[in-house]
Design a protein around this ligand. Structure first.
Ligand code: TYM
Length: 332
């Protein structure tokens, strides 16, 4: 079986619909056919300031959502990044074969740093993509399922794998980005030309997996729609309505065309009321399962510890190979 690897930051307590529909639902499908490795990148989370108690809580909540959303810990390997020290260790080696200019060209860094100002932005934020390359290369995966926004980071991990292999001998599998073409890209409800994002969206622009259905219904009712009245999919002219149709279709498995037919002659308000129900119905069971898992943090921690032990078997073998190849003495 081919291996895949992916992760989602614990930077907010709840995942949003973009994370869920753009990533998690695909992971859950892929774990059936691939040797799947999923993790929670808490080391990445601290590249921007975090409240320590909140970070700890969010890491558990994120893990609970992975499992409640369908990640099966008996099929996939699920762990927390900081439990596997090899991530930070390999990142150091990769930092040393990455060009300063190369790292400076990462668009996500440029975006985040320009928001924070270059005095505030941390060096960790600068080397973030290199840590991400370490996350990936440690496990020798063939594929990295991510949204389009992560493509450049996966490309960097390919470049670094090829560079290391050329310089020190065959060591890493060169991974491919697995960007689901048909996968839903979900947009901000208030600003439907920008992607839904925990850092960039206003609260009213987000649909969170763990929010009260009443809160979500209100946000969907307040979603920005477009001039005109027809409920048709047109990303250019009707980004707001198109986003609602995308969410509806992704959650129900119904085609956009069948939704357009059903809502012909109806008003935006009808679509919004129905969509709020669809969302509540889909997220209800996930919320219930997540709450159960969070009720027993000791059991959740035990599952994560098991996942970390399994992950370390692969990670430590890769790191030992890398250390030997760069010329470090055998670890005593
Ligand atoms: P993160 O946490 O920003 O996003 C997690 C996944 O969700 C996808 N995504 C979306 N998809 C559709 N619509 C949206 N509005 C939307 N917003 C987010 C992202 O494409 C991603 O697949 N750097 C990574 C985390 C990471 C990682 C890794 C990923 C760290 N190490 C190694 C893969 C492999 C990140 O910040 O993703």
């Amino acid at each position: 079986r081919q291996r895949i690897l992916s992760g989602m930051q614990p930077s907010a307590g709840s995942l949003h619909l973009g994370n869920y529909l753009g990533a998690l639902v695909h992971w859950v499908k892929m774990q059936e056919d691939y040797d799947a490795v999923f993790f929670i990148p808490d080391l990445h989370a601290i590249t921007v300031p975090q409240d320590p108690a909140e970070l700890a809580a969010r890491t558990r909540i994120t893990a609970a959502q992975y499992i409640a959303g369908g990640v099966d810990v008996d099929k996939a390997t699920l762990f927390v990044q900081s439990h596997v020290p090899e991530h930070a260790q390999l990142a150091w080696v990769l930092n040393c074969i990455t060009g300063f200019g190369e790292a400076s060209r990462m668009t996500q860094f440029k975006d985040k740093a320009s928001k924070q100002g270059s005095e505030q932005a941390s060096v960790g934020l600068f080397t973030y993509p290199i840590l991400q390359a370490a996350d990936i290369l440690l496990y020798q995966p063939e594929g990295v399922p991510v949204g389009e926004d992560q493509r450049q980071h996966v490309e960097l991990s390919r470049d670094l794998a090829q560079r290391f292999n050329a310089r020190f001998g065959e060591t890493f599998v060169v991974p491919k980005p697995f960007i689901q073409k048909e996968s839903a890209k979900i947009y901000d409800l208030q600003n439907p030309t920008a992607k839904m994002s925990k850092s960039a969206s206003s609260p009213m622009g987000l649909v969170n997996l763990l929010d009260d259905p009443k809160v979500t219904a209100k946000r969907i009712r307040s979603a920005v729609t477009d001039t005109g009245t027809s409920i048709t999919f047109d990303r250019e002219e009707k980004p707001g309505v198109s986003n609602l149709l995308t969410i509806y279709s992704a959650l129900t498995g119904r085609s956009i065309a069948s939704l357009e037919a059903e809502y012909e002659g109806k008003m935006y308000g009808h679509l919004k009321v129905d969509l709020a129900e669809v969302v509540a119905g889909s997220l209800g069971p996930i919320q219930a399962r997540a709450a159960e898992l969070l009720d027993d943090p000791a059991e959740l921690d035990r599952l994560l510890a098991k996942g970390a032990a399994k992950a370390r078997e692969t990670a430590s073998a890769t790191l030992a190979d890398v250390y030997a190849k760069v010329g470090f003495l055998p670890t005593p």
